[in-house]
Design a protein around this ligand. Structure first.
Ligand SMILES: *Cc1c(COP(=O)(O)O)cnc(C)c1O
Length: 363
């Protein structure tokens, strides 16, 4: 079985975790602050605030950026549920707009149209899906013109770039996830990145019971702190991230080269001004059911990210989103399939994946 995702942990992580276990500093500790500094430096923001997951990072990021009850937040319906749930956690209102059919990311043209009709929209939550940055030039123009709060969900985009600038450094605040299927992992874990001191201060309070000083609680907060054990893993993973991403990009280039010319398959978009870090290699295919059957038969892991637009999930239908029907999103939900692209693949795995895809496309 070739898994769709595979965390790569070796002696470096194990040794560091053992060191933490021996030290007795299992919860917060010096590795958490070291990890925060190193991630912020890598992304190009002033601050990093490590959290218990990407989801808790998102929830806190929106609150720290001032999203409140009743605020309208523009976002994409073609992503993992956590992205837009973070808006619901604030009792704010997600406003979904369609994505682009080549990049699968939120469409700046649709954002512009929505803003023209709804000038009271307060914020924009973008997702750099599968490891590909959104169209940040057009998005930043709109953010400035409409004075929006910009939040970046970079849970799949560690090290992704737009014109040399890293995803996570464009907005008021950004978040990353370190779940095992992401480009780097800490087990469960996440981080908030920002260069705005007031957002940093609020985020720190929210993740630690609303306190800025021990036993002084100013606001209603949570326990969303990262452990020293997770941070120890994260420090070692961050050292390997560039290498991991390089291998992901090489694997992706191999698939795209081998699969070109097959009618039923549209490989992921390649754009010169973006550095795609391929958390997922996602194609559009006309014969998805057949491909799924042959992946299952041949022991090839795959994923359908995502089979349903967020507005069709029961949670959202029950909140009145049942009338939405965004054309590109609907088509993508029917056609996308992701294949393994992680750095754990060897050349035999890659050959086998290509062979199985070709066989089910041509027979
Ligand atoms: C993984 C993911 C999250 C949530 O991260 P967790 O660490 O699993 O909580 C949020 N948004 C997107 C787009 C993701 O892929």
């Amino acid at each position: 079985m070739i898994p769709i995702a595979q965390p790569l942990i070796d002696k470096a992580e194990k040794d560091k975790v053992l060191e933490v276990l021996d030290s007795g500093m299992l919860a917060s500790g010096e590795y958490v602050s070291e990890f925060e500094k190193k991630v912020a430096e890598f992304i190009g923001t002033r601050y990093g605030i490590a959290t218990s997951s990407g989801t808790s990072a998102l929830q806190v990021a929106l609150k720290a950026a001032g999203i409140k009850k009743g605020d309208k937040v523009l976002t994409t319906p073609f992503t993992f549920i956590a992205s837009s749930n973070s808006i619901l956690y604030c009792e704010a209102e997600p406003v979904f707009v369609d994505v682009k059919k080549d990049t699968y990311n939120i469409d700046p043209e649709q954002i512009r149209k929505k803003l023209e009709q709804n000038p009271d929209i307060k914020a924009l939550l973008i997702v750099h899906l599968y490891g590909l940055a959104c169209d940040m030039d057009k998005i930043m123009d709109l953010v400035k013109k409409y004075n929006l709060v910009l939040i970046e969900d970079c849970a799949q985009a560690h090290g992704a770039e737009f014109e040399g600038q890293k995803a996570g450094s464009f907005g008021d605040v950004g978040i990353f996830s370190f779940y095992p299927s992401k480009n780097m992992t800490t087990g469960e874990g996440g981080i908030i990145v920002t260069s705005t001191p007031s957002i940093k201060d609020k985020a720190r309070m929210f993740i630690d019971h609303g306190s800025n000083q021990k036993y002084n609680h100013e606001i209603l907060g949570y326990n969303f702190r990262m452990t020293n054990i997770a941070a120890a893993i994260g420090i070692k993973q961050l050292e390997k991230l560039n290498k991991f991403n390089q291998i992901r990009r090489k694997n992706a280039a191999y698939f795209t080269e081998e699969l070109k010319g097959i009618d039923q398959i549209e490989p992921p978009a390649y754009e010169e001004n973006k550095k795609h870090v391929f958390n997922l290699y996602t194609m559009k295919v006309k014969n998805r059911d057949r491909m799924v059957a042959s992946f299952e038969k041949n022991g090839i892991g795959y994923g359908i990210y995502y089979p349903e637009p967020i507005y069709r999930q029961t949670l959202y239908v029950s909140r009145g989103y049942n009338n939405l029907n965004l054309e590109v999103t609907e088509t993508l939900c029917r056609e996308v399939i992701s294949i393994p692209v992680h750095p754990g693949l060897d050349s035999k795995d890659k050959k086998k994946i290509v062979e199985v895809i070709k066989n089910c496309s041509f027979s």
